[in-house]
Write a new protein. Structure first.
Length: 267
DNA sequence: ATTCTCACA
DNA sequence: TGTGAGAA
């Protein structure tokens, strides 16, 4: 083909051209990502194929991929699109982690601000409660939830409503407030009286917060979303996936609201 | 300016 | 996932 002879470089020159250290080259070799040729002298020699592969390795590494995943990717013939999708997912999950950490700090700061001094032990408990939840499962749950809504939603109106609800509750302040609400709900549910004044008061309070959403959403859409939720929950439980909320608490308040409706205590 | 191994972060 | 030391 071309008159140009194949060029072979020693470790130093190769490292310089690829933008890594010779140490790194040998780590990649140890992990089975590149196999350089050897001169009689036992010196490593890197040719065009090796250099090309090294370039692939460094670009994937700069994306934050582990050597182990890079090994799988360069060995196979992956579409760049698939690599980027994969990496996007892991970055998103890291982002979730950071967001949860911030939420924990916000809750702690909030309590300190109120004059309540947290011990490290209490912070540890807070961390366990908030950080231990599985972001992957949560995302999976929400994705399935949305998919089921879309399935039964020819006009797309219910999906738009769901999007709005998600946006509405996406802020950190809302998340902290929501967490407080869930804790209160959990305590009320432990009491177990669906007709207690406290439970009914709680329902009224939550409904007043969500009045706007309910007003702008048709009965049919609300039912559609409810159905999708029930199905998603059933599927998740069938796979015994962990959830970040307690479905029993929601069911408890569904009963409270049901009772109130039957007695005409709700509009 | 290279090889290898080992300890260390 | 690399780095630095030390011997060859």
């Amino acid at each position: 083909m071309s008159g140009e002879k194949e060029q072979w470089f020693g470790p130093g020159e190769t490292a310089r051209r690829v933008g890594v250290t010779t140490k790194a080259l040998r780590v990649y070799e140890r992990e089975g990502l590149v196999v350089p040729h050897r001169a009689e002298s036992r010196w490593r020699l890197y040719g065009p194929t090796q250099i090309a592969r090294l370039h692939q390795i460094v670009v994937l590494r700069d994306l934050g991929l582990s050597l182990k995943s890079i090994k799988k990717l360069v060995g196979d013939h992956p579409r760049l699109r698939d690599i980027l999708r994969l990496q996007r997912e892991t970055l998103e999950s890291q982002q979730d982690k950071i967001k949860r950490a911030i939420a924990i700090i916000d809750v702690a700061l909030c309590q300190i601000h109120e004059g309540r001094d947290l011990s490290l032990d209490e912070l540890a408990i807070l961390t366990k409660e908030t950080l231990m939840q599985q972001p992957a499962d949560k995302k999976k749950f929400l994705a399935r939830f949305e998919a089921l809504i879309a399935e039964q939603d020819p006009t797309g109106q219910a999906s738009r409503t769901f999007d709005e609800i998600k946006k509405e509750y996406d802020g950190d302040a809302h998340k902290v407030a929501l967490k407080a609400l869930m804790e209160e709900a959990s305590r009320l549910k432990e009491v177990g009286d669906v007709n207690s004044e406290a439970a009914k008061e709680f329902v009224r309070r939550v409904r007043s917060r969500t009045a706007g959403i309910r007003r702008s959403t048709s009965q049919a859409e609300q039912e559609l979303i409810r159905d999708a939720y029930t199905k998603t929950l059933a599927e998740a439980q069938a796979r015994s996936e962990s959830l970040w909320f307690d479905p029993a608490v929601l069911e408890f308040f569904r009963q409270v609201a049901q009772g109130m409706k039957e007695r005409g205590e709700l509009n």
